[in-house]
Ligand binder design. Sequence first.
Ligand code: NAD
Length: 255
Amino acid sequence: MQDDLLAAGRLLREGRILAFTGAGISTESGIPDFRGPDGVWTRLDPADFHISRFVADPEIRKRGWALHQQGQLWGARSQVRPNRGHLALVDLWREGRLVGCVTQNIDGLHQAAGLPDEAVAELHGNTRRARCLRCEQTWPTETVLEWVDAGAADPSCPNCGGIVKTATVMFGEMLPQREMERAWEMASTASAVLAIGSTLSVWPAAEIPARLAADGRPLVIVNQGPTEMDHVATIRLEGAAGVILPRLVEIAEGM
Ligand code: NAD
């Protein structure tokens, strides 16, 4: 492990790193992942996260808004805070070693830790904003929560009456095209990829590390448990992101 840490630290020092993050980087902030041993899929039905159910069933929407209102969905009213893993990536950015962070996460913790918006591409959207599914108008999620506070359990668009939903990508929805383009722009300037806390199994997001690795760029994986790309990883570091990332950054800075 120590040899692998040193080798990975060397890569971080010499390279222009693209960070690719998944739900695992936020578990140490108290947000469950989907597919880990304590993941959401051990308790909930993934079909409830499909856009067709959200559109068809007002009860699902009411339940979702009530959870947001109570701050339970790591959105506008959430108390979750970034952890040492998020902060280590900010250190890399400040050192000029990070070309950007492509994240599958919707929790906004990379920005809360200190990465500027332009350094983060949110492939699966975020909970900070909400939008009308019909006319596409957007609002800060907090604005919609004020409508919920005022009694609209399933708020609809004040302009066109359409269904309102947070700007997160559910199963069955397209990925935000602009964020995908930004992610590929960041990837095009990277000399190596640091994949953190992801099973690397959700496509098309996972195409980014897969393509860079296929192009011969080193892929360092930091994860607890196996991933779909372990066989193509240059270095694989098993363990908690909040423990490994600060050590990696320390090694890179001390070289
Ligand atoms: P995933 O749930 O498929 O995989 C997470 C991986 O991280 C697992 O292998 C798990 O064992 C590992 N892990 C858990 N805690 C870790 C830690 N402290 N350090 C290192 N590894 C750790 O996650 P994914 O690949 O991101 O795909 C899940 C999808 O779910 C994504 O599309 C994402 O949008 C969404 N999601 C997001 C959040 C969030 O925003 N925080 C939370 C849950 C799910």
